[in-house]
Design a protein around this ligand. Structure first.
Ligand code: GDD
Ligand code: MG
Length: 351
């Protein structure tokens, strides 16, 4: 009775121009390891449950990409969202579909665009969580030891105790201000939300009913047609009516049944180009290169990703990001990488 909802509808705009709306980050081999992030994630989950129990939620435009990258996945495992409404509606829909198949289902919700090392530790964490939610009404998330006041994450204040494993959550704060994040780190008993959730189908649906009654009613209306040929018709007509909200704001900040298990694996959500520096080995001049060969001439601290393994000659260039796709080449100072989404938005209409 173990199922997974694989979240694959984001657009990863800070990895532009490699990640594009046509081909977002989860479908890219960001680290140059030979497989895309969704492929690696899918096979990691398939070690925890039958592969047919994994459903992939994504925007309708990515259907062909999913089928091409995961050829063993059947059409009925791919759920196509007619429009983007963030993660809460898709998780609710996924839970309703799974509950209809198996009313005792336990669900793992996993992002498709993260980089995880330590598959065994990951399995242990998830199995521990599955065991708990099999008999207790709890919403479990995995926590990551924070290293700096990153404002792009959810912060989990947990109840201190000496045992490792499950801890009650005192407060969940999604994407705090920088000041707040700093004070959280000073306080001490906070972890980052990894965005990986474990719960029973029954209890997450009860939580939606309680905290997001409108969205719950909207999707509950379709239950009869879920997992049939009529499902898509229902979604085309109704999905757009859902409020756009993430699971973190919709449920995790509100519920008093949230628990956290410290993650035992190495985790990186590949938030910006800079995260490549943490995962790949740098050359003697601290340059990082993916898919290419670098000939640096007095050039330091650059992050490079080429298309088709080019030789890149850098002459006296320091701390730049140089990345290309088939038709765009972006060159920007490394301290501007948080602005890449804004840069893309400014120019994207022009090609
Ligand atoms: N199906 C579907 N539909 N998937 C989506 C959608 C959507 O509309 N929007 C986003 N996703 C997918 C993304 O592809 C990603 O795998 C996952 O859902 C999470 O969405 P993000 O947009 O990447 O969320 P975030 O990074 O801002 O924040 C979340 O992750 C952080 C850790 O990386 C939150 O859960 C934070 O609390 C958490 O710290
Ligand atoms: Mg993310």
């Amino acid at each position: 009775n173990h199922y997974a909802i694989l979240m694959a509808g984001g657009i990863g705009s800070r990895f532009w121009p490699v990640s594009t709306t046509q081909y977002p980050k989860q479908f890219q081999d960001i680290l140059g390891v030979g497989s895309t992030l969704i492929q690696i994630t899918f096979y990691r989950l398939a070690k925890l449950m039958p592969a047919e129990n994994i459903i992939i939620l994504t925007h309708k435009d990515y259907k062909e990409i999913v089928k091409e990258q995961l050829p063993q996945v059947k059409d009925e495992q791919i759920v196509l969202e007619p429009c983007m409404r963030n993660t809460a509606p898709s998780i609710l829909l996924g839970a309703l579909k799974i509950k209809k198949k198996n009313s005792d289902a336990l669900i793992l919700v996993a992002p498709s665009d993260h980089w995880i090392q330590g598959d065994l530790a990951f399995q242990e964490n998830i199995e521990e969580a599955f065991e708990i939610v099999a008999s207790e009404d709890k919403l479990i998330t995995l926590g990551i030891e924070p290293t700096f006041p990153n404002t792009g994450y959810g912060y989990i204040k947990y109840k201190k105790d000496d045992a490792d494993g499950l801890k009650p959550v005192l407060r969940f704060t999604e994407k705090p201000s920088f000041k707040k994040a700093e004070s959280f780190l000073e306080e001490g008993n906070y972890v980052w939300n990894a965005g990986i959730f474990i719960w029973s189908a029954k209890f997450i649906l009860e939580s939606f009913q309680k905290y997001q009654p409108e969205t719950f009613r909207l999707f509950q209306k379709g239950v009869e047609v879920y997992n049939t040929e009529k499902e898509q018709e229902f979604l085309v007509e109704n999905y757009q009516k859902a409020q756009s909200i993430s699971i973190d704001y919709a449920i995790m900040e509100k519920s008093d049944s949230v628990y956290v298990i410290p993650a035992k694996f190495k985790w990186n959500d590949l938030g910006t180009w800079r995260s490549l520096e943490d995962e790949l080995i740098q050359d003697k001049q601290q340059n990082t290169i993916v898919n290419g060969r670098l000939l640096p001439l007095k050039s330091t601290g650059n992050i490079i990703k080429t298309k088709n393994n080019k030789v890149v000659v850098l002459d006296q260039l320091h701390d730049f990001v140089v990345v290309e796709n088939d038709n765009v080449l972006l060159i920007t100072p490394k301290d501007r990488i948080q602005e890449i989404k804004a840069i893309r938005d400014k120019v994207v209409d022009q090609f």
